[in-house]
Design a protein around this ligand. Structure first.
Ligand code: GTR
Length: 422
């Protein structure tokens, strides 16, 4: 891969530089419970929105980058888009389907192929946006939709046996996970891209956007290198770059959504990119909406996730596997960074691995930041009954059943978005 150094330099500049004085993980003090989101590292308590925005919010962003996700790269200086096809009579004539190639670097760099479905009628429309697991072609049988050429997981529909190559045989085979027609019929546009366009989901530093890190400027510690979840989240921002410029999409009403590892991604994208007006991490669990200081024995732990998926996080995070009380934050602080924007955690009863009760604790603990913005009751007092949406600014929903993203889950996202975006 040949890289333009000028562009690399532009990308490498993050909004906030990591201060050199952050202690090594084992030198941090133990904090048994979820840390106070409003207390600065030096102990000073934040009491106003202005101080939150000027001091604590940037401090938390630095901490999350250094100890957990790696640096969140800046927006590239140049992002361009090209419509690959457009079908104005898709979905029984009810919507327009197009695929857009988004380019943000030298020709050798990865490109995002964004599948966009928009209701036909008077826009601009609010839009759900997020990454998908196996390729746009899995979400619709439409024959113009591109089959990814990047590495895909071997166990996905239509993948040639014994390879990591997607084929047209997968078309439409996971249409239920992103039910495009259902969503447009609810009055929303929906946009999604294959996460592997940006970064294949395997621990390989030499492909996708991670490969660009190998040339990152001197002075960036290897421990801080942007890890896979952060790259995916950054990719959501590139999708947003296109969407905010599209005439049929309402730039002010984007909701970022993702399932599981891509739910972790949606939460991080929401925290680091204010253009996402609503944030919906679905069954995202550990490393997303689930607390690292988990009290749920059935839930995934930091130790387990950093062992099984070392590439999702930066190198520092695994140091907390044996003692999560040393983390100077927990996931409620990532939610707090999103304040005052609405965040919805959606879960399933049988999916204890994603830690639904722990996620509710995380939401509750994020409330102080939302209160700074004048919302006196941003979250329910107790876990809502199964099947009942709690649509506060910090929303929660749990249904029966297992780990999956279903058409019924999408109905819940739409109800939440109806409250906050319409
Ligand atoms: C699991 C992983 C979870 C979750 C899930 C998924 O294997 O332990 O953290 O992300 O995969 O993405 O479906």
């Amino acid at each position: 891969m040949r890289l333009s150094l000028a562009l690399l330099g532009a990308l490498a500049v993050t909004a906030t530089a990591i201060p050199a004085d952050l202690p090594a993980p084992d030198k941090l003090p133990q904090v048994a419970e979820l840390p106070d989101p409003l207390a600065l590292r030096d102990g000073t308590k934040i009491a106003t929105k202005a101080d939150w925005e000027a001091k604590r919010r940037p401090e938390l962003k630095e901490l999350f980058q250094h100890y957990m996700y790696g640096r969140f790269p800046a927006k590239p200086t140049q992002v361009t888009s090209k419509v690959l096809f457009e079908d104005a009579k898709a979905f029984d004539g009810k919507g327009t389907l197009r695929e857009v190639e988004i380019t943000f670097g030298p020709p050798e760099w990865p490109k995002i192929h964004l599948l966009v479905a928009v209701p036909n009628g008077k826009g601009p429309f609010p839009c759900f946006v997020g990454p998908n697991f196996g390729g746009n072609h899995l979400l619709t049988a439409h024959e113009k939709v591109r089959v990814p050429t990047a590495w895909v997981p071997a166990n996905y529909p239509g993948v040639e046996k014994g390879t990591n190559k997607a084929t047209a045989a997968g078309r439409g085979k996971q249409a239920d996970t992103w039910p495009l027609q259902q969503v447009i019929e609810s009055g929303y546009a929906v946009a999604t891209f294959y996460c592997g366009d940006i970064q294949p989901d395997r621990p390989n530093d030499h492909e996708g956007m991670r490969a660009t890190m190998m040339l990152m400027p001197m002075g960036m510690p290897a421990t801080d290198r942007t890890a896979t979840i952060a790259w995916w989240a950054w990719g959501c921002g590139r999708a947003a770059d296109y969407l905010v410029s599209a005439s049929d999409i309402d730039a002010k009403r984007l909701a970022v959504v993702g399932h599981s590892r891509l739910g972790k991604t949606a939460l991080l994208a929401g925290a680091f990119d204010d253009r996402f007006a609503v944030v919906i991490p679905h069954q995202s669990g550990c490393g997303g909406a689930g607390p690292s200081r988990s009290k749920n024995e059935k839930a995934e732990t930091v130790k387990r996730i950093t062992t099984a998926f070392p590439h999702w996080f930066c190198a520092n995070f695994s140091a907390f596997g044996d003692d999560t009380t040393k983390l100077p934050f927990d996931q409620h602080c990532l939610v707090a960074i999103c304040a005052p924007r609405p965040v919805l955690f959606t879960n399933a009863e049988d999916d204890q691995w994603a830690n639904p009760p722990g996620q509710f604790d995380v939401l509750r603990a994020a409330a102080p930041a939302y209160k700074l913005y004048g919302d006196a009751n941003p979250v329910a007092d107790k876990v809502p009954e199964q099947g009942t949406l709690s649509a506060e600014r910090l929303g929660y929903f749990i249904r029966a059943g297992k780990h999956a993203m279903t058409p019924d889950d999408w109905k819940v996202y739409v109800r939440f978005a109806d409250k906050w975006l319409k």
